[in-house]
Design a protein around this ligand. Structure first.
Ligand code: SF4
Length: 67
């Protein structure tokens, strides 16, 4: 399972990073990005970030290939 951040929608508010700093990181462009695959441990906070993002920029990636 992995998540993705729509760079066009993200306003860089940092809510997702606050909820799950292991997965989300604000890049040099001031937008959030996914820096690590979602694990069992981070599944719940990532879902919380998806639900909390003010511009609904985060979503689950479909057809994610596990390595
Ligand atoms: S919560 Fe949403 S808008 Fe805020 S930094 Fe994360 S992805 Fe961007």
């Amino acid at each position: 399972m992995n998540a993705t951040v729509d760079q066009y929608l993200c306003i860089g508010c940092g809510v997702c990073v606050g909820l799950c700093p292991k997965v989300f990181r604000i890049g040099e462009d001031g937008k959030s990005g996914v820096c690590q695959p979602v694990t069992e441990e981070t599944l719940s906070p990532v879902q919380e970030a998806i639900d909390s993002c003010p511009v609904t920029a985060i979503s689950w990636l479909e057809n994610d290939e596990r390595t």
